[in-house]
Design a protein around this ligand. Structure first.
Ligand SMILES: [Mn+2]
Length: 306
């Protein structure tokens, strides 16, 4: 279905963008996987249904991305959902790392559909085991470097602190961007900086054009292997209401896709788009539709890097 106009785009089984299904990475250029886990959320739950909603909203995506000038879907497959354990984040992180290991071993870039943001810890475990510590390129309303929530250390506000502690990231090669909204105290974001991350807060990010943002990323990442994580709450809730911890005054879809496309040429070992909680979506499933296009752009970035 992915390359023909013979069958309507709304027909057929809803794999991501009508990609063929595959169980193993061998022979693939890229793999899309869902991680339907949301019991590490602190506010609105529901991101366990994110992969399903994003796949459903991806049905109209077509193989050629004119913005990146690539056949974005070429050689990619939808490899289904990774097994998770609702209510047990620690075990789920192990399941994610095990589920992604064959893809990491095969050096097949993965585009993960979340799931709350805790899932990135499992992803980074799998990828860092093969690539070594990674540069993080994060677009998110929050830095997700808190230590614990309600005593829980594996939570959707803590994954990047855990990842640094586990030696999975190179904070000095990483750039976090888009942080905004009320904080717990004046030093809140300094804890991320103390870990070694550079932060480009929301207002500073919006002051940059896409090329200037990409230059900041490139200057920071250098020749390191990178991971791109996109929390949908980076987008203004007017455009993406269906998320776990909404903050007002975020990016427009136009800005966000521009920032992502400007990263063409950076070599990413993996990608994710997380925190889509479809229960809260607006008419037309606008959040899921945008998340589908973000995942599609990630496939395009993987194609450009080949
Ligand atoms: Mn996040």
């Amino acid at each position: 279905l992915s390359g023909t106009a013979d069958v309507p785009r709304y027909a057929g089984v809803r794999t991501f963008a009508h990609l063929p299904q595959a169980d193993v990475p061998q022979g693939l250029n890229a793999a899309v996987l869902g991680i339907p886990f949301d019991t590490a959320t602190s506010y609105r739950p529901g991101a366990r249904f994110g992969p399903e909603a994003i796949r459903s909203a991806s049905a109209l995506l077509r193989p050629y991305d004119p913005s990146l000038g690539v056949m974005a879907l070429e050689g990619a497959a939808d490899c289904g959902d990774i097994a998770v354990t609702p209510g047990n984040a620690a075990r789920t992180m192990e399941q994610i790392a095990a589920g992604l290991k064959p893809f990491a071993d095969a050096r097949v870039p993965t585009v993960v559909l979340g799931g709350d943001h805790s899932v990135v810890l499992g992803e980074l475990r799998a990828l860092a085991a093969v690539h070594g510590p990674l540069a993080l390129v994060l677009i998110d309303a929050h830095a997700d470097t808190w230590d614990a929530y309600y005593g829980e250390r594996i939570f959707h506000g803590t994954p990047f602190r855990r990842a640094v502690e586990e030696g999975l990231l190179l904070p000095e090669r990483s750039l976090m961007a888009g942080m905004r909204g009320p904080l717990y105290d004046p030093d809140d974001l300094d804890s991320a900086r103390e870990l070694g991350f550079e932060l480009l807060v929301g207002e500073d990010l919006r002051a940059l054009d896409a090329a200037a943002y990409a230059a900041r990323v490139q200057a920071r990442v250098g020749d390191a292997t990178a991971f791109l994580s996109f929390d949908i709450d980076a987008i203004d809730p007017a455009f993406a209401p269906a998320t776990g911890t909404p903050e007002v005054a975020g990016l427009t879809p136009h800005e966000a896709l521009g920032f992502l496309r400007a990263l063409a040429g950076t070599r990413f070992a993996g990608f994710d788009v997380v925190e889509v909680s479809p229960t809260y979506d607006g008419p037309g499933q606008v959040t899921a539709l945008l998340a589908a296009n973000i995942g599609y752009t990630m496939l395009g970035l993987a194609a450009r890097a080949r």
